[in-house]
Design a binder for this molecule. Sequence first.
Ligand code: ADP
Ligand code: ADP
Length: 259
Amino acid sequence: DCVVELRGVTKEYRSASETVVALDDVDFTVRPGEFVAVVGPSGSGKSTMLNVLGLLDVPTRGEQYLQGGDVTDLSDEEQTDARKRAIGFVFQDFHLIPTLTATENVELPTLFDGEIAGTTGRRAAPNGGTGTEATDGHDTDGADEDPEARARDLLSRVGLGERLDHDPTQLSGGQKQRVAIARALVNRPALVLADEPTGNLDRETGTTILEEFRRICEDGVAVVAVTHDDLVTEFADRTVELVDGVLRERAPSESDESS
Ligand code: ADP
Ligand code: ADP
């Protein structure tokens, strides 16, 4: 049972003058509770892979499965639904709404689709969603749970129980990233995708964030983090490396020379 699986996934960007192969015949699987780091030089395809995994971009060729279901040929709307049901996002620069409290930020993905739900917005819901559809057919134990109560509970679990009503401007970088992690978890995803989650944090704070990811994994959630940070690869169960769009497994002893 895989949370996510890529089979022979190739992603090409075509323009009049050239074709860039951003992902080249990539096979990749992640199991429940696994923490996988994705490393590689700039331009090697990391963002593209994260976008494909996050159903924000579609492969040119290959097959893709999410929780055992084929998501290779979904419509934009189906992609948005699947993304919202199964995937949470964490970013380097947190992406919190500065005018909302910590609790309100965490509640957001339960209310809206698209950019505001913590995606990059490049494939936002075409019709904007209505919010009331959010729990339709959403088969989780918390479907009836009050979003505010759930947000407060999640914030308490990441150590922010005393800062529920703070604005992001009143929080440190590490605290902001905890809010972002709580937000990523609010719809009970099977997969959390993180883009340089420690990139704006000092080593000590980064460590506390990575410990948070480990706790998430203990609950059976899979985490995939794109990173240049050796600290992330230290905490990950395994590390895969992209070079010119080709993915390979990195042996446990190899370290990342880029940091
Ligand atoms: P990384 O995240 O590792 O820096 P990217 O996935 O952003 O790598 O890019 C992989 C390759 O695909 C690069 O050569 C990049 O220039 C190219 N690329 C990425 N996105 C696009 C796009 N939307 N259009 C054209 N080329 C792209
Ligand atoms: P990162 O800093 O994570 O490596 P990039 O700076 O490579 O990311 O890319 C930032 C965004 O711009 C990505 O979403 C990527 O798809 C897009 N992008 C990257 N290269 C190109 C390109 N050559 N043409 C168009 N879009 C690109």
